[in-house]
Write a protein that binds this ligand. Structure first.
Ligand SMILES: [Zn+2]
Length: 459
């Protein structure tokens, strides 16, 4: 019998431990994991000597072609998915446009799925709620499940643009989340604090991007996340906090005398682990405009420490870059500036650097945990017979200066010149080598919709 693909002489991370072995794939599935000196015939083989094989990464938080009216995020499903593959990412979850009733969901779904047809990487979406919907929580959950999207994003802020969902609705969603099998994602910042600070800011002089950390202070995140974690804990919900920006937030949650990890998953992003608020003061500081904003260096350090302690479970990138000119032309009026930055592709090197080459920890943050959080495990997020043959093959120890990826349509990266350890060498998607020797080998349209059913977190 001949296999389709052999990945030989590497060290495998199965999610919990490392061991040298060879991986054999047939019909898109990992069929056999053999001891390192047992070899079998395959149509194609890749020599992975000196490299580590990790389950293909899952980025549960990207915004490709996000339409903000005048501007759209620069990476579309074509360039964004190429960038994903170059970073070892084999599955992405993007977001539907916000809807305010269950009926609107179908249209939102069709428009985003149409754009995603050119993706090179497998994809799914989270449903996004706008404000306080006309439909009740139960109807929204029913409709989301019926279209195969068991995760619903809400905002606790942005009342000014009608996106804030109030506590009553949020609590209803969390109360139903575990029994119905949905995950509630929350962008958690305290709206009233932000509104009051923004108003005060505006009275004195027009907004400036350097005011961002003042307008959206750390306490607005700490307080809102703490509240939601308590909500979720009280109803044994399934809560996922997106883009936790400050170490203070994680430290506060961890110090609470409750078993919060049973009902909450915390996500952070490479930008909060690597960058701090001083960047806003530097030349071209306006490029560092994203929400929540970058925090003080001391908070960034605490975030790194909490990551090492295992108090953050997943990494999403919140990838949403805009051109320098699109930011710069609004430099005198922050309110018109598009918020967001690009960090897709850097996650592995960033984590591997922070975690000192701890491949098991890195792979749980990039693969196993997001797979479990969104109901993709064990078909994705694991290297074992029967799982989909999605792999990221990495050099753990090379050290390189980061520079802008050739695959993004953005014109800059905030991580230029950062010295990072580790690099993705090869990416395998459904048993096919789709990134190798710095070339993306999958065409637009190669991506498939990820089938998702109800999600039940294990107690
Ligand atoms: Zn986002």
């Amino acid at each position: 019998m001949i296999f389709d693909l052999a990945l030989e002489n590497g060290v495998i991370c199965d999610g919990t431990e490392l061991f040298p072995a060879n991986v054999y794939v047939r019909d898109e599935i990992i069929e056999l994991i053999a001891e390192k000196n047992r070899k079998f015939q395959a149509r194609q083989s890749v020599d992975c000597s000196g490299l580590f094989l990790l389950p293909g990464f899952i980025d549960p938080h990207v915004h490709f072609e996000l339409n903000l009216g005048k501007y759209s995020s620069r990476d579309d499903f074509d360039s964004g998915s190429a960038l994903a593959l170059s970073g070892g990412v084999t599955s992405i979850i993007d977001f539907l446009d916000p809807v305010s009733s269950a009926e609107e969901l179908q249209r939102a779904l069709e428009s985003r799925f149409a754009l995603a047809a050119k993706s090179r990487v497998d994809y799914s979406f989270h449903v996004t709620l706008a404000g306080n919907p006309e439909s009740c929580a139960s109807e929204i959950i029913d409709k989301s499940l019926s279209v195969g999207l068991p995760s619903i994003k809400v905002f606790t802020t942005y009342s000014s643009s009608g996106r804030r969902t109030k506590d009553g609705m949020l609590f209803d969603l969390l109360s139903l989340s575990r029994s119905r099998g949905v995950v509630i994602l929350a962008h958690a910042e305290n709206d009233e604090l932000i509104v009051s600070r923004s108003t005060r800011c505006n009275e004195e002089r027009p907004f400036s991007y350097v005011d961002l950390p003042y307008m959206r202070p750390t306490i607005s995140e700490v307080a809102e996340v703490a509240k939601l974690v308590l909500f979720s804990n009280s109803v044994h919900g399934q809560l996922y906090i997106v883009h936790v920006s400050s170490g203070e937030t994680v430290r506060t949650i961890s110090s609470m005398d409750i078993d919060w990890k049973k009902s909450t998953v915390l996500e952070t992003c490479p930008q909060y682990l690597l960058l701090d608020a001083s960047m806003l003061e530097k030349s071209q500081g306006f490029l560092n405009t994203y929400c929540p904003p970058p925090r003080e260096d001391v908070e960034r350090r605490i975030l790194n420490e909490e990551l090492k302690k295992g108090n953050l479970q997943t990494i999403g990138t919140d990838h949403c870059p805009f051109l320098s000119t699109e930011k710069e032309e609004n430099v005198l009026d922050y309110r018109a500036m598009p918020n967001g930055t690009g960090s897709l592709g850097i996650s592995f090197s960033a984590l591997n650097t922070i975690l000192d080459g701890d491949i098991v920890k890195t792979s749980s943050l990039l693969s196993t945990n997001p797979a479990k959080a969104f109901g993709l495990y064990p078909f994705r997020g694991r290297i074992a017979p029967g799982s989909l043959a999605n792999l990221a093959i990495v050099d753990r120890d090379c050290v390189k200066e980061y520079s802008k990826s050739p695959f993004t349509k953005s014109d800059h990266t905030l991580f230029e010149g950062f010295s990072l350890r580790g690099e993705v060498k090869t990416t395998v998607l459904r048993g096919r080598v789709v990134f190798h020797e710095n070339r993306v080998l999958a065409d637009p349209g190669n991506g498939r919709v990820i089938t998702r059913g109800p999600v039940f977190w294990r107690d």
